[in-house]
Design a binder for this molecule. Structure first.
Ligand code: 5AD
Ligand code: SF4
Length: 446
């Protein structure tokens, strides 16, 4: 067993975890391959957020077993079960499907993977470095690109939104020590990284864990961390995902104003435009709290762009509730929204105690109407961008066209005249010429 294939599903936290997993596998001299056919062992780092996400993984597992590979599973499908009844249901249903899988490990136990793999191949070497004493969040990632990095600052979630499986999959909120995070960011910047994304299920619940929540009673822990990292010399761009609207306050806005290297784009999941729905979802914020925050943010940073997550067709969502979400899109002018049709997750409060009242057909209708609304707003908003000059961090060059994201989160493509990879990882001033599609612009180098 020499070669492995790793496929990652889901959010940026999973991608960040996979970079650490790659470090662990490299330490035992396993070589990563890009094609599953060339591998001996296949690992899936999975997502559970919707049933569809889990079904996809099982499709991949079947295929990998057909190819005769040793298959391992990690990530959110391997639950950190916190309630007894959930654990039992979970075992019954997952183990049946796990028959085809050779091994399963929780992501935070990745340092024990070498030992686990020795069962399949006694030639597997002991790791050159010892991971034993390390919290997995401190394992150095194997970066795919040398110009940007994801840095986890916390993991888990205590919010228990009624629809969401994450608290069961990831367990309780746990913050990484301040100094460890800052050291890692400094190391990345020293190695040439220009853009850092701080990741976690609820980044702005940073450090508000059980032991500190009582004594601190303030929301500034995340703002303090953000401020400290933004001060790292030569860090060009700092962003974070995802914050919870409930913890979002003026302190974060103030830090963003003070530090211009913090991206002028914010992902702030709202989930619904109806306060009634938000309460049913257990979001613990109402719509006016959300819109008050975005109003203050726009007042302080007029050029900011905002993106969000929405669930359509949650239990008992009426046409009026849905129209509130449509209205919110008109007023908030999101430049992107990840819209999901509600998917029942067994073990969650909504999954066990609420009725999934909206038909799939109706969920699809709402999904399509909202997507059309997003596009309608964007068509108008995009026109306002023409002629602006933006700083683009180039992440791809293809056929003489470079592309990347601006500081305001917009995708911009521009010709570079030659097929030159030298541009990847560079920050280039680009003038926006036209709106190429709804989701991106074309521009020219200044
Ligand atoms: N059904 C549909 N969408 C969901 N999300 C989380 N749980 C569910 C669910 N059960 C969405 C939310 C969240 C994003 C990561 O996934 O919008 O913000
Ligand atoms: Fe899920 Fe809510 Fe936690 Fe986000 S805040 S991970 S939606 S439970």
């Amino acid at each position: 067993m020499k070669k492995y294939f790793l496929k990652t599903f889901g959010c940026q936290m999973n991608y960040s975890d996979s970079e650490k997993l790659e470090s662990v596998l490299e330490s035992i001299a396993l070589e990563q391959v890009e094609r599953i056919e060339e591998s001996d062992i296949v690992i899936f780092n999975t997502c559970s957020i919707k049933q569809h996400a889990e079904d996809r993984v099982f499709g991949y597992v079947r295929n990998a077993k057909k190819l005769g590979k040793i298959v391992g599973l990690t990530g959110c499908m391997v639950r950190k079960t916190s309630t007894q009844h959930f654990e039992k249901d979970e075992k019954d249903s997952l183990l049946k499907k796990f028959e085809r899988i050779d091994f399963v490990f929780r992501i935070e136990d990745m340092k024990s993977l070498p030992e686990l793999l020795q069962e399949y191949d006694e030639n597997i070497q002991r790791p050159k470095i010892s991971f034993d004493e390390l919290d997995y969040l401190n394992i150095s990632p194997k970066l795919k690109e040398n110009f940007r990095a994801f840095v986890p600052i916390m993991t888990g979630c205590d919010k228990f939104c009624t629809y969401c499986i994450v608290p069961f999959a990831r367990g309780k909120e746990r913050s990484r020590p301040f100094a460890d995070i800052v050291n890692e960011c400094e190391m990345h910047v020293k190695n040439g990284v220009k853009e850092i994304t701080l990741v976690g299920q609820n980044v702005n619940a940073y450090f508000l864990d059980d032991s500190t929540r009582k004594t601190l009673q303030r929301q500034t822990d995340f703002a303090i961390l953000l401020d400290e990292i933004a001060q790292i010399k030569n860090l060009k761009r700092l962003q974070f995902t995802s914050p919870h609207p409930r913890h979002m306050g003026q302190d974060v806005i103030d830090v963003m104003v003070k530090n211009e290297n913090i991206a002028r784009t914010l992902h702030l999941p709202v989930q619904s435009g109806s306060t009634k729905m938000l309460q049913k979802m257990g979001r613990e914020h109402n719509i006016s709290r959300f819109t008050d925050f975005t109003k203050n943010l726009r007042k302080a940073i007029p050029e900011i762009t905002i993106t969000t997550d929405i669930i359509v067709g949650f239990c008992d969502e009426t046409e009026e509730d849905f129209q509130e979400t449509m209205k919110l899109f008109n007023s908030e002018k999101f430049i992107m929204a990840y819209i999901s049709k509600y998917s029942v997750r067994k073990g969650t409060i909504a999954g066990d105690k609420m009725k999934d009242t909206i038909s799939l057909e109706e969920k699809k209708r709402r999904f399509e109407l909202l997507t059309e609304k997003l596009k309608e707003v964007l068509r108008k908003e995009n026109k306002k961008e023409i002629g602006k000059i933006e700083e683009v961090l180039v992440d791809e060059v293809k056929n003489g066209i470079a592309s990347g994201k601006s500081h305001r989160g917009r995708t911009i493509r521009f010709p570079i005249g030659e097929k030159n990879k030298r541009f990847i990882g560079e920050i280039i001033s680009v003038k926006i010429i036209s709106s190429e599609s709804i989701w991106s612009f074309t521009g020219e180098m200044m």
